[in-house]
Design a protein around this ligand. Structure first.
Ligand code: TNX
Length: 736
């Protein structure tokens, strides 16, 4: 196939439509491999019939059109213009590929497999008004531009992963996700269904896993974590529910790959069945700050229990892949555990890393026993070889995935720097940043083949790419999942589907803003909006719009813009730039975060000399995070205590001189990340340093004070247990 021609085709087609009323209607995401736009259109109305042998796809289209347009497609043979959808093994299309032809009288979708027919319908829907994804009729013009498309995916593995352990999502969200990923021609849903903070799948042989292990809270076997606070939190899916989900996914060409994360990340199991955990490890913490979360690999009971669990999983999930984790095990657990040590001795092992490989090799055998192929994270390569069939998920870096490929393993690429949807999208937004700030552009750029110099044989081992959402930080607001995934998941979809020769970020961005925003709106996705770039120069606030036609509103009193704020029209002359805030709006549905000029400090925090007293001992301070960090007024820094806080704990900030101010914001936890904050407590303040007034309770680790006199002291007061094993405090944000 000649990609240069295909690219020319795509360009020609876009050019053809520039300046014409239907310009947006060929903005397909992911971009098809070959597309020609012809003149004319096919009008959808009640005089159209639908025929063919691809029943699910036919029904899907009928249902969408009747809901969104009130159009009732007639059955085959009833006359009128016609839509035909056929699966024919002789159609000559590639795996999951399709041919879509739209002429004024006829639409045909032809594919060699059902997946192809499904994707043909997805593309056809993107040629319709965005309202096709909606739940109501809006009076659109239901005509479809004439096109000729030949399309197929670049990668066979095009995934989205979701962690439902740290945050539990109801089934409704899982179904929404399946719809959304299928609209983007993604075909794998990697369900991270267990972790330290909740076991979320019914296992009939071990009922405690969900009776107890699915719940955390003050009186549960799992302590509160990640903002779940002082209440019972959790949930799980029954096997019957999962069967329904799988059926729904299969219809939409989605393979669900379940992950049971072993032998680390297993606090939920071990809290319910302590006999399979290492002993003598109460103080050995994982990188996520968990203790008692590692299976004992020197104990046969471990393997019996895993075998029994896998038996149920294997019977439930049709996928040939079984993901058993393998990541981030703190091997000190094994070092300190008498059973593991005795086992190492018996086996003649010298290092704990050999235990990791031993464990993984046993997992390969258990998977094989049930007809499955083992899948695991980068770390399963540690300490020895693997079966050639075993699949590695390269997450830590591009390099780690490439190493797996060079070792001859089939590999899915999800390097965190490109694919982790829990990473911040800019320095101003919430999210993890340990890997990178992951912009839309970063996700779009990912190319595991072109970024490595693999041999043709090695290229065959690159199964594809995946975007992953870890959910430690998803405790708010309810639709934050959508904010994190979209539109980054659209970028991943194009990376996964479209040949790199055809990819062009600016072109993608135009398609997103000109058409796909409207589609996502109709899909009901509360996607992230980009904020404007603002700089202050020559007494003027200069605003750069994030895209053509964006609606930007602003305020002049430092409050967040709303739909009734003024619309920005051009440069603003002012001597008080810090009072301005700008945000991008999409209809009345969505808006970006509010920003001020990036080259000035919009807050003007005061920095009075302050000293600290507290209930924590010097020895409890973590290395590298000293108490002095919270008197520095460097807002990125924090003081970290290596223990959970409880009622009675406090931090007292006393100013050398009383401070005149309008507002003090007291933030606990890690700056920009809702980790290790005060979940049960309130703030107190004092004008004389002796008598304290109770202020607000901490909400998401933050409390504010609006004093009426000069303030001498501010106190963080814990009234109950905090919900992480670590506690963190920040500098006071004091404003005039
Ligand atoms: C690393 S990726 C993890 C997860 C965390 C994630 C946060 C991987 C295999 N382990 O447990 O949730 O980082 O970004």
């Amino acid at each position: 196939m000649n990609f240069r021609n295909a690219f020319a085709g795509a360009i020609v087609s876009l050019a053809l439509f520039t300046g014409c009323a239907q310009k947006n209607s060929v903005d397909i995401i992911p971009l098809p491999q070959q597309m020609t736009v012809n003149s004319g259109s096919f009008t959808l109305d009640n005089n159209v019939s639908i025929a063919g042998n691809s029943q699910f796809e036919i029904d899907l289209l009928k249902e969408k059109l009747s809901t969104a347009a009130g159009i009732v497609l007639k059955d085959a043979g009833e006359g009128g213009r016609i839509i035909e959808i056929n699966v024919d093994p002789g159609a000559g299309t590639k795996k999951e590929g399709y041919i879509l032809d739209v002429t004024p009288d006829k639409i045909t979708i032809a594919a060699s497999d059902k997946a192809g027919a499904f994707y043909g319908v997805q593309t056809l829907m993107q040629l319709m008004p965005p309202a096709i994804y909606g739940k109501a009729q809006g009076g659109e013009n239901w005509s479809i531009p004439c096109v000729s498309i030949q399309d197929w995916p670049r990668f066979g593995y095009r995934g989205a992963g979701l962690d439902v352990s740290r945050t539990f999502f109801p089934l409704e969200t899982i179904y929404d996700m399946l719809d959304w990923i299928s609209y983007h021609k993604l075909n794998k849903f990697h369900w991270h269904i267990t972790d330290d903070n909740g076991w979320r799948i019914e296992i009939k042989k071990y009922p405690l896993l969900t009776e107890k292990g699915a719940w955390r809270g003050p009186d549960e076997v799992l302590p509160p974590s990640y903002g779940s606070g002082n209440k019972r939190y959790g949930g799980f899916y029954t096997q019957e529910e999962i069967k329904e989900v799988i059926k729904y996914a299969v219809d939409r060409n989605i393979e669900i790959i379940p992950e049971i994360d072993l032998p680390g990340h297993s606090k939920a199991v071990i809290a319910c069945y302590p006999e399979v955990g290492c002993t003598n490890v109460d103080k050995t913490m994982s990188v996520n700050g968990e203790v008692n979360n590692v299976w004992c690999v020197g104990n046969e009971k471990t393997y019996t229990m895993i075998d029994n669990i896998v038996a149920e999983l294997a019977a439930l999930f049709p996928s040939e892949k079984l993901h058993l984790g393998g990541d981030e095990v703190n091997m000190d657990n094994w070092k300190n555990c008498p059973h593991c040590q005795a086992f190492m001795k018996k086996m003649g092992m010298k290092e704990e890393i050999e235990l990791q490989n031993y464990f993984v090799r046993r997992m390969e055998k258990i998977a094989a026993k049930y007809g499955k192929v083992l899948v695991g994270w980068d770390e399963i390569r540690k300490g020895g070889d693997l079966e050639p069939s075993t699949i590695v998920y390269g997450w830590a870096s591009m390099k780690s995935g490439a190493e797996a490929v060079r070792k001859g393993q089939r590999t899915v690429f999800l390097p965190a720097q490109y694919c982790y949807m829990d990473m911040k999208q800019s320095k101003y937004e919430r999210g993890h940043n340990w890997a990178a700030i992951v912009t839309l552009d970063s996700t779009y750029k990912l190319d595991p083949i072109n970024m490595n110099d693999f041999t043709p044989e090695q290229e065959e081992l690159v199964l594809g790419v995946q975007a992953n959402l870890w959910c430690e930080l998803l405790d708010r607001p309810a639709r934050f999942l959508e904010y994190q995934y979209f539109p980054r998941l659209c970028a991943l979809a194009e990376t996964a589907w479209t040949q790199p020769e055809l990819k062009d970020y600016d072109n993608f961005w135009n398609r997103i803003t000109a058409s796909h925003y409207d589609r996502m709106y109709n899909m009901g996705i509360k996607f992230r909006m980009p904020f404007p770039e603002v700089v202050y120069e020559n007494n003027t606030l200069k605003v750069t719009s994030p895209y053509e036609g964006a609606e930007i509103r602003y305020t002049t009193d430092a409050t967040e813009p709303t739909l009734s704020s003024d619309i920005w029209k051009g440069d603003i002359k002012t001597d008080e730039p810090e009072k301005y805030r700008f945000a991008t709006f999409y209809k009345d549905f969505n808006q970006s975060i509010a920003v001020g000029a990036s080259n000035i400090d919009p807050y003007h925090y005061l920095t009075p000399e302050v000293s600290i007293e507290s209930s924590y001992k010097e020895s409890e301070t973590a290395k590298g995070f000293p108490m002095a960090n919270i008197t520095s007024y460097d807002m990125g820094k924090y003081w970290r205590i290596n223990r959970r806080s409880d009622a009675g704990d406090f931090v007292l900030y006393t100013f050398k001189e009383p401070v005149e101010c309008g507002k003090i914001t007291v933030e606990t936890g890690v700056p920009g990340i809702t980790f290790y904050s005060c979940t049960e407590g309130h703030v107190e303040y004092s004008y004389d340093g002796e008598n304290f007034i109770k202020g607000d309770d901490f909400v998401y680790g933050i409390a504010t004070i609006k004093p009426e006199e000069k303030v001498k002291a501010v106190k963080v007061v814990f009234t109950g247990m905090s919900d992480a094993l670590i506690t963190a405090f920040q500098n006071l944000r004091i404003e005039k």
